[in-house]
Design a protein around this ligand. Structure first.
Ligand SMILES: [Mn+2]
Length: 414
C-alpha cells in the first residue's frame, strides 16, 4: 500500500519574468525534486495543475516536462505519477499523450468529463491490487459546468458555476467512496480551485492574473473520508481548514509579489488508509530575487550592497522619495552604468515602481513608463485605444462590456 506521496503544483514551466528566461531554474528544480523523490522514498507524485504557464508551451518547456517525467518514472521507488491540468494549461495538450504515459504509470487528467469515473484513478501495485484512490479533478471551466442562459446576470452565472463545481466534486467523491468500500486504501483528492479559506497576498500575481474570475468554494466540499486534499491554484504554500488539506504552492517565486514566502513541496504520510502527517520540504532558491525601496540615495546604497553579493540578483525597485521623480529609469541606468565599470553587473533591475507618482492613469503610464503589456491592464489598453481613435462615448459604452466579457472568458483580470 502507498505510504508516502509528494504533492506539488503550479510549476508554470515556461514562465518568464520580464522577458528573463527561467528554464535553468526549472531544470535545477526538477533535478532537486527527482532526488527528493528518491531520498524520501516517495511512492506517488501528485501534481495539481498549472503544469505549464500557457496553453501552447514552447518545445523547451515541453522538454523539461517530459524529461523530468521520464526520469521519475524510471526511478526505482516512485511507482505512480498523477497530473491534472490547471487554468493555465491547455486541457487537451495535457491529455494528448495520456495513452503512452499510462505505460509509464503516469496518469494525466486534462479535460473534465461528464463520465466522472475518468477522474477517479486507482493506482495499483505490482500484484494488481489497488494501493491508492485518487480523485484527479482538473481545473473546471465555466463551459464544463453550465450552459450560458440568455439574460443571465453575472451573479446568477457565478452562483450556478459554484453549484456546478460542488456537484462535480460530489459526484467524483461518490465514485471514490464506492471504490473504497472494496479497497481499504487511502483516498487522495486533487483540485485546482480557490477555496474560501485560502489566503492570497494582495500583490501576488496570482490574485489578478492567475485566478481569473475568482469563484471560491468552501473547504467543506471535501468529505471526511478523504485522507489528503492536494490543492493547486494559490501560490503560497498553506493548509486550509485542516492540516490534511493543502495548497503546495509554486516551487519558485514567479513574480516579485511572491517573495517573502518559503517555497516548498509537501510530503504526506499515511497510516493504513488514514492521514498520518504532512511535512514541508523547502525548495532551494536558484535565482536570487529581491525588492528594494527608498529615495534615490537609499536605493543606490541598497544596490551597492546587492552588488557585493557577486551573485546574480534580480531586483524590483520601488521609489518612495518625497520629490516627484519621473526619470527613475534613467537615474538607475546611470547608477548601474557606474557599477558596470566596477564589476557590478550581477545586479539586474527588472522592475521599477514609483510610489510617489502612484496615481498613474493610463495616460500617464503611456508618458512616464514604457507602456509594455506587463504594466498596462487590458481595460486601460482599451481606454487608450478609445482615446487615440476618438471613439464616441456611445460606442465605448457598447464595446466595454463586450470586451470585459471576452476577458472573463479568457480568465483574465481586467
Ligand atoms: Mn498557478
Amino acid at each position: 500500500m502507498i505510504k508516502r506521496i509528494l504533492h506539488t503544483s503550479d510549476w508554470h514551466i515556461g514562465r518568464k519574468l520580464k522577458e528573463r528566461d527561467r528554464a535553468e531554474e526549472f531544470q535545477q528544480f526538477f533535478e532537486w525534486l527527482s532526488e527528493i523523490i528518491n531520498s524520501e522514498k516517495i511512492d506517488a507524485l501528485i501534481v495539481s495543475g498549472d503544469i505549464f504557464d500557457n496553453s501552447t508551451p514552447s518545445s523547451q518547456a515541453q522538454e523539461l516536462y517530459y524529461s523530468f517525467l521520464a526520469k521519475v518514472s524510471k526511478s526505482s521507488y516512485c511507482r505512480h505519477i498523477v497530473i491534472t491540468s490547471g487554468n493555465h494549461d491547455s486541457a487537451s495538450f495535457i491529455d494528448a499523450p495520456s495513452e503512452i504515459m499510462k505505460m509509464c504509470k503516469i496518469h494525466v487528467v486534462g479535460k473534465a468529463s461528464d463520465d466522472k469515473s475518468r477522474e477517479v484513478i486507482e493506482l495499483k501495485d505490482s500484484n494488481g491490487q489497488t494501493e491508492l484512490i485518487v480523485c484527479a479533478v482538473p481545473y473546471l471551466y465555466e463551459r464544463d459546468l453550465i450552459t450560458a442562459k440568455k439574460d443571465d446576470t453575472q451573479a446568477d452565472r457565478d452562483s450556478r458555476i459554484k453549484a456546478g463545481i460542488i456537484s462535480h466534486y460530489e459526484e467524483v467523491f461518490r465514485e471514490a467512496a464506492e471504490l473504497q468500500k472494496t479497497n481499504d486504501v487511502p483516498v487522495v483528492s486533487m483540485g485546482h480551485l480557490f477555496l474560501e479559506a485560502g489566503i492570497t497576498r494582495t500583490d501576488e500575481g496570482e490574485h489578478s492574473l492567475y485566478l481569473g474570475t475568482a469563484i471560491k468554494v468552501g473547504s467543506d466540499i471535501f468529505p471526511e473520508n478523504i485522507a489528503y486534499t492536494a490543492l493547486g491554484h494559490l501560490h503560497s504554500p498553506q493548509s486550509v481548514g485542516r492540516v490534511n488539506m493543502r495548497y503546495s504552492g509554486s516551487p519558485i517565486a514567479l513574480t516579485f509579489g511572491e517573495l517573502g514566502v518559503q517555497k516548498s513541496v509537501s510530503i504526506v504520510e499515511f497510516e493504513g488508509k488514514n492521514f498520518k502527517e504532512v511535512k514541508e520540504i523547502p525548495v532551494p532558491v536558484y535565482q536570487i530575487m529581491t525588492r528594494i525601496s527608498g529615495d534615490m540615495a537609499e536605493i543606490e546604497r541598497k544596490i551597492r550592497n546587492l552588488a557585493e553579493l557577486k551573485k546574480s540578483v534580480w531586483v524590483e525597485v520601488t521609489y518612495t522619495g518625497s520629490e516627484i521623480a519621473g526619470d527613475i529609469q534613467e537615474r538607475l541606468n546611470e547608477i548601474l552604468k557606474d557599477y558596470e565599470n566596477n564589476d557590478y553587473e550581477n545586479v539586474e533591475i527588472l522592475s521599477i515602481r514609483n510610489e510617489t507618482a502612484h496615481e498613474i492613469t493610463a495616460h500617464d503610464t503611456e508618458k512616464n513608463l514604457p507602456a509594455t503589456l506587463e504594466n498596462i491592464k487590458p481595460l486601460e489598453m482599451l481606454e487608450l485605444f478609445f482615446k487615440e481613435n476618438e471613439i464616441p462615448k456611445e460606442t465605448q459604452e457598447i464595446f466595454t462590456p463586450l470586451y470585459k466579457e471576452i476577458l472573463r472568458e479568457m480568465e483574465l483580470d481586467y
